[in-house]
Structures are given as C-alpha cells and as structure tokens.
Design a protein around this ligand. Structure first.
Ligand code: C2O
Ligand code: CU
Ligand code: CU
Length: 565
C-alpha cells in the first residue's frame, strides 16, 4: 500500500506542470569580473515570496567564461549580512586564491583573487565554502557555473554557442517549508530545481546539443538518462574532455560532479523528451536509492517519505524545435589525448579511511563521519605534500553510505574502483569521485604542481555538503622542500604528521608548551615540556588505536586526535 502511494507521488511531477522556461544565467567574461553575493527573492509558488541568495542576481550566479592562459581578477563583494567565502571548484589555483574556509569575506567586504587560468576546457563551478555553513549558503542559492575554454577544445566540431546549442544545467534537490521558504539539514529534499527553476522546460534545436550537467545538490545522487533510453555521449568529466565520446544511456552524477554530454535531437523535432533520474536503479547505499544504507537496517529521518527516493523522476523537459543555421549534426569520433600518470611514477601513497564518528547502524549512515579518525579542525594540517609529488590516494569507505570525495588544487585520474579499472567515462580528469559503501575503495593518482604555500591549506572533503559541514573534511599544505625553513612553519597552526602514524609522529610550529599524550580511556602515557618549535614522539610501542595530544601553552590549550596503526 505504502509503495503505491510513493509511486503515485513520484509520477505527479512527471506528468505535472513542466511549465517554467529553464533559466539560463547571463555570462561574465574578460580580465576583471565583479561578483556580488546578495539577497534575493523568487516567487517559486504563486503568492509566496521565497528568500534566496545569488551572485549578481536573485538566485544562482552569472556564468563565468574563462579562457585558458588568460589572467583574471575576480572581485567578490559580500553584500550579505553574514560571512562567506568563494571557492572556484575544480580550478587549479594557489591556495590563497582558492576560496576555501580560511579565505573569509566578511559582510560588506570585497575579496579579489587574481590568477592565470591554467585549467583545461571544461565545466567548473563556484560556491561558498564557509566552514559549517556551506550547505546553508548553497541551498539558499549560491551556485554559479565557470566555463573554461581552450584552443584544443576550440578546434573540435562541438556545439559551443551558449544558450543556443550549449546549455548549463545545475541540478539541485531542495526542501521548502510550509511558508515556501528553503530549508536545509533535512532529507525532505523532494523538489527538483534546474538552474533555480522549478518544473523546468528547455526549448532546444533539432540537432546535436551540449548539456553541461552539474550536480549541485547537498546529498542527492542522480542516475541520469532520457526517456525511451535515448542514447547520449559523454564528452567531458569534471576537469576536461575525455579522449573520445563515450556512448551511454545512464550516467551517475554525485554531488559536486560535472559531465558534459552531447544529445542528438536531429530526428526529434516536435517531440518532448525528459531528462530523468532513474533512481529506482540506484543500488542501496547511495543517497537517492530506495535505501540510503547498504546495510539491511536503518535509514535517515524523513528519507522514506521522500517520493524522489528509489523512484524514477523527471528533471527537465526538453522540447525539440527547429534547428539553427549551421547546426552541429555529428558526434566527433575523437576528442583530445589525455596524458595520465603512471602508477610507477608515484612518490607517495596516502590512505584515507572514512569511518563513522560513532559506531552502530545510525552512525554508519547518518554520521558525523571522520577521515582517518579525525573530524575537521581549522587548526590542524592533516597532510604536508611536497611540491611536484606524484601521489596515489587510496580511499576506503567503512560506512554504510557512498561518499563523493573531492580534493582542491588538482585534477586526478581514477586507477580503480573496488579493484576494477574505471569505466571509460570515468577515465578522464576528475575532482570528485563517489566512493562505494561497506569497505568500498577508490584509488586515484595526481600531481601536486605549480603552487606551494606553507600557510594556507587546500581542502579535501566529502561533497555531501551536510557531511562536509559536520567535519568530513581535512586539509593539506603543499611545501617546496627546497626552500622551506621548518622554523618558519609557525603561523598559529600546529602541524601534526603523519596521521595516521606507524612510529614517529612530528609536532611542528609549537609555542613553548606542555605536551601530554593520552589514550582513549584518559590514561596519561607521556608528558613533556617543550621549549617550542618541533617535537617528535615515538608511538611504535603503543597498540593501534586513537590517542590524544594535549598541547598546553600560555596562549591556548588544544587537544589533537591521532591514529596509530
Ligand atoms: Cu565544491 Cu571544497 O568544494
Ligand atoms: Cu572544490
Ligand atoms: Cu559523505
């Protein structure tokens, strides 16, 4: 009986009112780009005014067009009455320009990062990254596209006329309260919004069109496809074109991920076709499937009442109209030649373990989640990465739900997922990867080049924004070992590495302090007076598990968790 109701509810949006033209944001380009994050209002539901935020407009942001090799200055003015940051998701920029949680823009202030565009042609995006408020600000509307163009892409016979045959599509699930205000921190995200439009339709020409798909949702994963299983070709992943177009009928897109696809509508004039999420086909353990938990028990509060979960639903109705002049009518056979990294070139392998902070079925699914036994701490640098290091990161997910892992600064290539080579459409440049639940693994390889900075870290985190805000995040600095004087590593942050540790753990950047080492039962294991700067502790003799360093100085008293393996 229950099931029947769900299906009925799910069908309503399908046949329902696809009545609003898809909003296509205007573009901004040139050497100097001004963004203003401001309050807005949108009438999503007749008679109700919904409070929103957006960049230079009521909701979402203008689309930024960047040209590889050019210099750009972005002036971001915060016209809200609260702090924010502005992160360029996927761009390879210095950590100071990256807009992570340390680059706070206070209310009324302007932040002006300036950089050379080094990225490959692809679809990127920008959004706030204020610690513990990312979900809130993105949900209220702060999401914008960045399109990077380059010469290689320009050589190809691809649709690239913005708004005509080349369309940005930000897919977001949202929750509205009874007053039709947006709310967050909920599994009641039962409304689909495309580019800030409810029940959206797009008039598209009867030719090959390009859709730049972004999953800008807090938690929801989409299993994208078209009605009648119409086939499409993926041409780009997060950070660049693929080697060749990959023919697909389904594409799983997790929060933070982008995919550019070509859709051949040549023979469809006069027809309507829906972009769908075939969520009924998602395996359990993925947010959006019938059960978000890969374990037989447990769910998320409100999840089972949300008709989007485990059911197929429409995202965007595409009405096929007359073709334009000079339409693109072919799917190219080849695109570019990605130069990947060889596993044998890796200098370092790092292991990242996702675990619930609290054991038991509820913690396994609902979090908060830890990476290597730690909840995010603005004061703790989790990894120090030598400049020009080629690294393999091995992610292991010991929770009941799949997490989309994202890293700043770099694009990576996936080596394997659960031990298998990635499918063709995941063999290109990526900055987000969905890590399967229940001991699922992902290995990727990347190179940390061009930017080093001892003071400002880059982030890595789960891109389910609720998980990120709750601390499923860590930070790394990239250091040029040829120039770094360890004694200058001060700042106010204490560096503790490696963590997890097998033997020797280093504590750097200490003020004169008392250092105490405790186990989880509160037993004092070691105590040392430090004159400051660096200390080392040998944990070789201790059992595997969690330990705490209490560092007490005249200025502060902090406790740091470390994992001994
Ligand atoms: Cu899209 Cu660290 O973020
Ligand atoms: Cu990012
Ligand atoms: Cu997560």
């Amino acid at each position: 009986m229950k099931k029947v109701i769900f299906i009925l509810m799910a069908v309503i949006p399908l046949i329902g009112l696809c009545q609003n033209p898809l909003f296509i944001p205007d573009t901004l380009s040139g050497a100097s780009i001004n963004l203003s994050l401001q309050n807005g209002q949108v009438e999503f539901y007749p008679g109700f005014t919904t409070n929103t935020i957006g960049y230079n407009q009521d909701i979402l942001g203008k689309t930024i067009i960047l040209e590889k090799g050019n210099e750009v200055t972005l002036n971001v003015t915060n016209n809200l009455s609260e702090a924010t940051t502005s992160h360029w998701h996927g761009l390879h920029v210095s950590s100071e320009n990256d807009g992570g949680p340390h680059s706070i823009i206070e209310a009324g202030q302007t932040w002006s990062p300036s950089f050379t565009v080094l990225d490959h042609a692809a679809t990127y995006w920008y959004h706030p990254h204020l610690h513990e408020h990312t979900e809130e600000q993105v949900t209220r509307g702060a999401t914008g596209f960045i399109i990077v163009r380059d010469d290689e892409e320009a050589q190809l016979n691809l649709p690239r006329t913005y708004g005509l045959d080349d369309f940005p599509i930000a897919i977001q699930s949202k929750a509205f309260d009874t007053n039709k205000q947006l709310f967050w921190n909920t599994a009641a995200d039962d409304v689909i919004m495309c580019n800030g439009t409810l029940d959206a339709y797009l008039d598209a020409p009867a030719q090959v069109i390009r859709l730049r798909l972004l999953n800008g949702s807090t938690e929801r994963v989409y299993n994208l496809g078209f009605q009648n299983n119409l086939n499409f070709h993926q041409i780009a992943s997060d950070g660049g074109l693929l080697n060749t177009p990959v023919s697909l009928t389904r594409l799983i897109l997790a929060p933070g991920e982008r995919a550019e696809i070509l859709l051949d509508l040549s023979t469809q004039q006069g027809q309507s076709i829906d972009l769908m999420s075939f969520a009924s086909e998602l395996s359990n353990g993925i947010y959006g499937a019938a059960n978000p938990s890969a374990m037989p028990m447990g769910s998320i509060v409100g999840y089972n009442d949300n008709p989007l979960n485990g059911n197929d639903f429409a995202i965007l109705q595409i009405n096929v109209e007359a073709s334009t002049s000079n339409p693109i009518t072919d799917i190219p056979a080849v695109l570019i030649n990605n130069e990947t990294f060889l596993e044998s070139d890796a200098n370092t392998t790092r292991n990242l373990l996702f675990q619930p902070a609290q054991m038991g079925p509820n913690g396994m699914l609902n979090g908060p989640f830890e990476i290597n036994g730690q909840i995010f701490d603005m004061e703790v640098i989790n990894f120090e990465i030598p400049l020009n290091n080629t690294e393999i990161w091995e992610l292991t997910n010991q929770t009941a739900i799949a997490h989309p892992f994202h890293i700043h600064d770099v694009q990576f290539y996936i080596l394997n997922i659960d031990g298998n080579p990635p499918p063709a459409n995941m063999q290109g440049r990526k900055d987000v990867v969905l890590v399967p639940p229940m001991s699922g693994t992902v290995r990727f390889i990347t190179l940390f080049e061009d930017f080093d900075d001892e003071d400002t870290p880059y982030m890595y985190h789960c891109h389910m924004l609720s998980h990120e805000d709750e601390g499923m995040m860590g930070q790394f600095i990239v250091v040029d070992n040829n120039t770094t004087n360890i004694n200058e590593l001060q700042g106010n942050s204490i560096l503790i590495y490696p963590n997890p540790v097998a033997n020797i753990i280093h504590l750097q950047g200490l003020l004169p302090s008392t250092i105490e080492l405790y186990n989880t039962s509160g037993q004092l294991l070691e105590k040392r007076e430090s004159a400051g700067n660096n200390e080392q502790f040998n944990l070789a003799e201790y059992a595997s598990g969690i330990y705490y360093f209490n560092i007490i100085s005249s200025e502060k008293n902090n406790s740091y968790k470390v994992v001994k393996y």
